[in-house]
Design a protein around this ligand. Sequence first.
Ligand SMILES: NC(=O)c1ccc[n+]([C@@H]2O[C@H](COP(=O)([O-])OP(=O)(O)OC[C@H]3O[C@@H](n4cnc5c(N)ncnc54)[C@H](OP(=O)(O)O)[C@@H]3O)[C@@H](O)[C@H]2O)c1
Length: 245
Amino acid sequence: MSEAVLILGATSAIARATAAAFAARGNALYLASRDEEELRRIAADLRLRYGVEVHYGLFDAEATDTHEAFLKSVVTAMPNLSGMVLAFSYLGDQQAARDFSVGVKVIASNFTGAASILSHCANYFEPLQRGFIIGISSVAGDRGRQSNYVYGAAKGALSLYLQGLRNRLYASGVRVITIKPGFVDTAMTYGLPGLFLVASPQAIGERIVATLSKSADVVYLPWFWRYIMLIIKHIPEPIFKRMKL
Ligand SMILES: NC(=O)c1ccc[n+]([C@@H]2O[C@H](COP(=O)([O-])OP(=O)(O)OC[C@H]3O[C@@H](n4cnc5c(N)ncnc54)[C@H](OP(=O)(O)O)[C@@H]3O)[C@@H](O)[C@H]2O)c1
């Protein structure tokens, strides 16, 4: 039986491309998000195109009290689970910064919900002494900017969480990879002003799967975002605070 990969937020454009890249390698898949009808369509398409086993199920990042039972149902369906990709996200809008009742949803899905399911996955893989966890964070988490600092703060916290998890799981042989995409052409960025060097979800999905055959821990996608963010992170705060970013 081929090794199975759990994809959370599987209806996202980047997740679809990642799922297709895993399926092309022959991996079985468990797709999860809140939209069952769309999951059914994606699963049928992947089975047809790649001939792999694909299961799907409902998962809500914000419903943290359901996460333990959710992971148990995944493992029951796919006892050969070898890894997971955390791809769900809620960007929110400008209101998130002014109105905390909106901002809390951004934090709840991007960080609290992510930390919850990651902790269950880590507890599952750790005693098995194998497996991988790929967490999709964002370059937005590298430095706070006025245009999206609530989302950025949640992603920055996720990056730190993944870093700690990597440190914890290293001894057990479980690999933890942090992916930091720049701008990608998806529903999340559609119509946003100021986008540049926008990558296709297909290219990002393929690179995400390719990281498993490399030794990198933190991967910027495309690669040049590492250098863009290096520059942005080193702009002195007295200058940075005056910039319109
Ligand atoms: N697009 C970019 O430029 C960009 C840049 C940097 C990082 N990223 C990151 O890359 C990942 C994928 O991004 P994308 O642009 O492909 O996303 P997207 O198309 O906006 O999709 C996000 C997905 O998250 C799922 N989702 C939202 N809230 C959820 C919740 N509470 N529980 C479960 N699923 C939930 C939604 O699925 P359902 O509605 O089916 O539940 C949706 O399909 C995200 O982590 C994002 O932060 C994207």
